[in-house]
Design a protein around this ligand. Sequence first.
Ligand code: GLU
Length: 472
Amino acid sequence: MTAPRVRFAPSPTGYLHVGGARTALFNWLYARRTGGVFVLRIEDTDKERSTDAHTQVILDGLSWLGITWDEGPYFQGACADRHRTDAEWLLAAGHAYKDFLTSDELDAERAKAKALGAPFRYERAKCDLPAAERARREAAGLPYTVRFAMPQEEIAWDDAVHGRISWQGSDLDDFIILRSDGSAIYNMAVVSDDIAMRITHVIRGDDHISNTPKQIALYQALGHEPPVFAHVPMILGTDGKKLSKRRAAAAVGDYQDLGILPAAMRNFLALLGWSPGGNEEIIPQTEMIARFSLEHIQKKAAVFDPIKLEWMNGQYLSLLPVVELLDPVQRQLEMLGVSTGRDLAPLIDAVKARSRTVTHIAEQIAVRLDATRIVRDAKAEQLIAKLGDRFAVNLKLAHESLAACDAVNWHAAFLEGILKQLAESFGAKLGDVMQPIRIALTGGTVSEPVPELLTAVGRDESLTRIAGAIPG
Ligand code: GLU
């Protein structure tokens, strides 16, 4: 058996939608699982809406996700001659015919169907012109479209996800394959390309199911075996509606900006509609490839839960060596307008275990580097109210003890000893000493252990922040 050939065929008419990225991922996983070939084809035939910038966004998004293609990108627009040749072959072989109806005449046919309360379907027997009129228009060189003569028989396939799907040819119309300007329409172009690119498996969104019988009919008329079709489920938001840019981030680039790691995004996307069979959620890439199969893709729509994505990202973050976070955190800090100029590794190390995204890490580091970014949160205000006078007293005492510590001894183990001793000598609870310092340094009540926080912020800056936080 020859190795499978699959393709991802996005239209560059917008950003890379998470649904598209998931389709690309499934194709890529299938190719990697089977030793097949993953082809990238940019379907840029909609000249008005396709742009080079969109193509670039798609290529960048795939690269960011680590989805590498083996062939392409091919551009559908560059294959227009072959699409036309294939359509003309169908015409010559009698599988298609010229339609000389003008758009007004076509509208009149539609109106007729509407008046009868029937859905409009172009059927040659009902819509075609009388033979003499056709001949007259042809002889006069009037424009025409080319329509495919839909076979009046059952068209069925064994979908790798949905099982047997069958349509009656009589429910499908004689669809246009060539416009009057000689350009091929979508179904013709896709089939012509998939044949030329020897695609064996078409893995795509189930919004394409209604195109599939038309495409299978084209394959048969062109004398080619149709590929295996696998229609993957839609992705819905947690509100049960289609993901849209307005309600949630729907573009892959948005998640990159939000500080999601590509490995986490890949893992998350893979589980939107596929499951390895067990309950595992964190599946490393090599395992994902080893276990991927079309049989384990579900039929029902998948739900995109951003909270789960953040959780998953947190899992990946905690496993990632700090050195791999240096560049992404640096980039996020630049986006936040924070100048760094010091080794970020210890800062990242201190906060990463409690973080869910790279952005979250960068935001915490920004506060550690720049006191103007401290914002007191509600929990901090509550605690200050609860501690009453002890807040000021404990901060003052802490300031005194810490000020006695010189820069050489300013490291977590030593600082911990100082603060413990301080709490003991006054019979104070350790937390009542630590929390005011945490509030002084970050504005909040949650952080890495306070001795590490003091090290991250540095001696002089910590003392300034503590002094500045003492009320009165
Ligand atoms: N270009 C089509 C789209 O963006 C995909 C075509 C296909 O996968 O067959 O939806």
